[in-house]
Structures are given as C-alpha cells and as structure tokens.
Design a protein around this ligand. Structure first.
Ligand code: PGA
Length: 254
C-alpha cells in the first residue's frame, strides 16, 4: 500500500503566484516517488488553477472543507459535487480549526455523509484538546468518531480516512508532536471504534497522524506507529521540508 501524505495549506499562501511555485516544486519531488501518494490541499480559490498544473496522479489536489448539499442557496459555500466535477478527490472534514470556528459534531457528520456520497475521499479529523491520566481522551475520540459517522454505511467506508490530530500538537503554539507511541495507541483505538461500528471492514479504514510533523519526525512516526500516512500543516508550505518528508517516507520498507 502506498503511504498517503496530505499537505494542509490552511489559509496560506496569500498570493496565487506563490501557491503555483510551491505546488510546482512539491509536484516535482512527489512525481518521482513510487511508494507515496501526495495530496496538496490549498485554499479553495487556488484549487482550480493548481489542478491545471497537476500531471499524473502521484501528486493530486484536495480541499480543506466542503458543504453538506450538492447545490443550493448557501452563500459562500462550496459543494462536494463541485469538487468532484473538477477532479478533486480528497476533502478534509472536521479539522480542529474549523471546529474552533463553530462546526459541531452534527454539522461535521452531515459534511462527512455528503462527501462520501459524492464519491470524495473524506479525511475526517479527530483529536483531543489535552490528555489526562485516566484516559478520558480516548473516550472523547471514540465519541467524535461515532458522532461523525451516523448514516455512513459499510459500503461508504472505502471513501473514508481518519486523521488523528491531537489539538495540543497542532500549529505554531504546539510545543511538540505526538510520539509514535501516542499515534499507535490512538490508531488502535480508532480501528477498534470503527470495527465496533462496522465489523472487520471498519478496521481497514486508513488512519493518518497530523500535528507538528516535520522533516525530522515524519517518516519516523509513520514507520513506528504503522499508520497509513500523515497530515502535514506548516511543513507542507515549505517545498524543501515537505519534499524531505516525502522522500523519507518513500524510503520506509513496505
Ligand atoms: P501542523 O498542522 O502540521 O502545522 O501542526 C497540522 C494540521 O493542522 O493539519
């Protein structure tokens, strides 16, 4: 199985020219790698332009969000069907920065359902704000998964990926990433939660890790925790660093 490395550009960069330069540089590295599927998720407004630069399928494009309906009177929103019609096949749903803006478990559930039904690969983000010695955070994550997947059927699972993104490890206020052991522990929990909901098909859903992934820790976390890939924020905006992560992952023995 190819490893899946997704770059979440968040609301960067501020200019199209820079987005083109970054994407071109990333694509150059990603295009040489046999064992890695690279996906770049730029701001919506750049997706169509960058899609024209994408060649082959080793480096594709995704979106950071999508709405719950195919079309309609929803000013400012973008639908999964629109993304699919442009050949965009991945969408991040439930990122903690969007939950912070007010997205509830209920809304995220509707977005997950709309995304999988439109045929997109939905990258559902889950993760605790902080850890506690009693392991309450594990229940919190299991509950996030349960709530996000109401109405998602067994046959929709081939369109689902779950990304473990502990909030304490994300972004520039984070002091450190999770360890490979942290990622392994939670990936087991995620797989158990999914197999509780869906049987053995549930545990086949790929699990990613995200939060302060960089060139030093990326391949190491991935290899030691035996997860399917990484969701990379800040480091994906620096093509040299992101390229190093991609090359490091390429070298992991299958
Ligand atoms: P970070 O962000 O890699 O900058 O910590 C990860 C994410 O928000 O997906």
């Amino acid at each position: 199985m190819k490893k899946l490395i997704i770059g979440n550009w968040k609301m960067y960069p501020a200019e199209l020219k820079s987005a083109r330069e970054k994407f071109t540089a990333i694509k150059k590295v990603a295009g040489t790698l046999k064992n890695v599927q690279t996906v770049v998720c730029p701001p919506f407004v750049f997706v169509g332009d960058l899609k024209k630069l994408a060649m082959g399928n080793r480096c594709t494009l995704g979106a950071q969000n999508a709405w719950i309906a195919k079309d309609g009177a929803y000013t400012g929103e973008v639908s999964p069907a629109m993304l699919a019609s442009m050949g965009i096949n991945y969408v991040i749903i439930g990122h903690s920065e969007r939950r912070e803006l007010g997205e509830t478990d209920e809304l995220i559930n509707k977005k997950v359902v709309a995304g999988v039904k439109a045929g997109l690969m939905v990258v559902l983000c889950v993760g605790e704000r902080e850890r506690d010695v009693d392991g309450e955070y594990l229940k919190y994550i299991a509950n996030q998964i349960r709530l996000a997947l109401v109405g998602v059927s067994k046959k929709d699972l081939s369109n689902l990926i779950v990304a473990y993104e502990p909030i304490w490890a994300i972004g520039k206020n984070a002091t450190h990433s999770a360890t490979a052991d942290d990622a392994l522990e939670v990936s087991i929990l995620i797989k158990r939660s999914l197999s509780y909901l869906y049987g053995k098909e549930g545990s086949a859903v790929p699990v990613l890790y995200g939060g302060s992934v960089d060139a030093k820790n990326g391949a190491d976390i991935l290899e030691k925790s035996q997860i399917a890939g990484l969701l990379v924020g800040r480091a994906s905006l620096d093509p040299a660093v992101f390229g190093e992560i991609l090359r490091g992952v390429e070298k992991i023995k299958q």
